[in-house]
Design a protein around this ligand. Structure first.
Ligand SMILES: [Zn+2]
Length: 321
């Protein structure tokens, strides 16, 4: 080695030594960011089933938050900017998304309600179906769904299959060499879901005549597939005690329609609901439309649907009482 070259080599190795910690840190950051973000948890259940073994799935909305009222934090924006793929439902649900996604590559986004095969399976919002709906005047809580279509698409197993297909196709375009894994994952998901649907149908057949009310008009896809008897929904602020008139109006509805149950969601304080059913035979159940207590895994989506089924049965099935 000539003297000149040796000096150059020494300089280079010293330079690399100084640089190496940064390279490692940078590598870790890149790895942590190489993931797919789903807006709400049940969409992440589906994504996880398809991406399993290839890439990470992350959820944008923390447990216990509602997509109807969520606002993005700076850390969410950072996540979105560095994500490989962002999967969200649609602008009627995540109203905070379109602005943020304007500057993100279109190829890195899937807006589910925009996919033609999903569009054809959408049901119009209950508002247009002439179902019972009791509105209570409330200025600080607006949880009405204003969109033309029911945006709670993760509660439809039929749409879940289409979501899985769309995620599968997109992932193949990102990782063409992993096609085999994605194909297998999709097949497993579809088979498992078909089995779960049959299982749920069998379980719910006995409660198809038990009428109930909900406090969140979110379950339409599930209810229509499994023939459940939703009598209507009440819109109230879960954090505020309803007034005397509201309580009276809801009680009258419960009696008139011979409701068996009212279903609250985890964010409702039991006191509010107890006031409403007090003096009636109506039972209080709880439904969780976002799979809050379910861990992200390959089978999480089926677990989520089965948990919901069990929650319905716990209140609607008189034999259990
Ligand atoms: Zn909703």
């Amino acid at each position: 080695m000539k003297k000149n070259t040796r000096i150059k080599f020494k300089r280079l190795s010293r330079f690399l030594k100084i640089l190496s910690p940064f390279l490692i840190i940078n590598g870790l950051i890149l790895n942590a960011n190489a993931n797919i973000i789903s807006s709400v948890k049940p969409i992440a259940f589906i994504t996880q089933a398809i991406s399993d073994g290839v890439t990470n799935t992350d959820i944008l909305l923390p447990d216990g938050t509602s997509p109807h009222t969520y606002s993005l934090k700076p850390s969410d924006l950072a996540k979105i900017k560095t994500a490989e793929l962002i999967i969200w439902v649609g602008e009627d649900l995540e109203t905070f998304m379109p602005t943020v996604l304007k500057n993100i590559d279109k190829n890195k986004q899937i807006e589910l309600m925009d996919i033609p095969t999903i569009k054809s399976l959408l049901r119009t919002s209950t508002n247009n179906h002439g179902q019972q709906k009791t509105h209570t005047h409330n200025n600080d809580y607006d949880h009405d769904h204003h969109g033309e279509y029911d945006e709670h698409i993760w509660l439809s197993p039929k749409i879940a299959n289409e979501i899985a297909q769309a995620v599968h196709d997109k992932l193949i375009s990102i990782y063409p060499d992993k096609k085999g894994i994605f194909d297998e994952n999709l097949n497993e998901f579809t088979v498992k879901l078909a089995e779960t649907e049959q299982n749920i149908a069998k379980k719910l057949i006995n409660v198809q005549n038990s009428g109930y009310f909900v406090f969140h008009d979110a379950y339409g896809y599930f209810e229509s597939q499994f023939g459940l008897k939703n009598l209507g929904s009440f819109t109230i602020n879960p954090a505020v005690q309803p007034g005397v008139q509201t309580v009276y109006a809801i009680k009258r509805e419960l009696k008139e329609h011979q409701a068996v149950c009212v279903f609250r969601e985890p964010q409702f304080s039991p006191a509010v609901i107890e006031k409403i059913v007090n003096g009636t035979d109506v039972r209080i159940g709880e439904l969780n439309p976002l799979g809050t207590d379910i861990t992200l895994s390959k089978n999480a989506y089926s677990q989520f649907l089965l948990k919901l089924t069990q929650q319905l049965l716990d209140c609607l099935d008189k034999k259990l009482m």
